[in-house]
Write a protein that binds this ligand. Sequence first.
Ligand SMILES: [Zn+2]
Ligand SMILES: [Zn+2]
Length: 239
Amino acid sequence: MKNWLNRMLYGLLPGKCILCSAATNRYLDLCLNCETDLPRLPNPCWQCGLTAAEGQEICGSCLIHPPPFSHCFAALEYSPPVDRLIHQFKNQRKIMFGKVLATVLSEQYLRHHMVFPDAWIPVPLHKDRLKHRGFNQALEIAEVLADTTQVPVNPRACRRITDTGDQKSLSAKQRKQNMKNVFTVDFPLNGECIGIIDDVVTTTATVSELTRLLLKHGASDVQIICLARTPVTSRSGST
Ligand SMILES: [Zn+2]
Ligand SMILES: [Zn+2]
């Protein structure tokens, strides 16, 4: 209903593309040309979201060392202009940029999935960081997905009890170490399949740690859904 209303309002008030400023004349403030040109990871591995060999659904790395989550779906590759849009969304309070990217994500998600998780859990922010930023970017994304899939958001199941700070300068191994005892589960799950929502997934250290904890506390399956996936682990972005 909300989505239908949004689309109608967009129709009445034509928006401007957030990338090229052209009039969009569509329900999204992103023109069709700019949306088509957004970078995407080719042939993503079903399990980790990184590029798999041609004709393969699962990459070699996941076959040898499978991650704790069963599936990772990223709408876009974390490279220009997606990295800039996400940076402005998170750090300059351009909430609308996040909503546009989340709409791109939810439409791609619907195109590729027939079965949805039982609940979305946005990666929690530490309370100090939430106070500083004023919003949790993962929750903003989750609300768009909840609207299009009619799957509820569960933002209270877990909390982040340690602020890991900026992890950009850390190696994959250091990020993994840094994630120990970062989260706690307040309300155990009851066999639900959970879709963890994050903005950017780089080394998977954060989402792997949260996955292990949710599985330990009653989730039957955990999947990861994110705006963007960093193609090379040495690049900075998120966790
Ligand atoms: Zn455009
Ligand atoms: Zn993989």
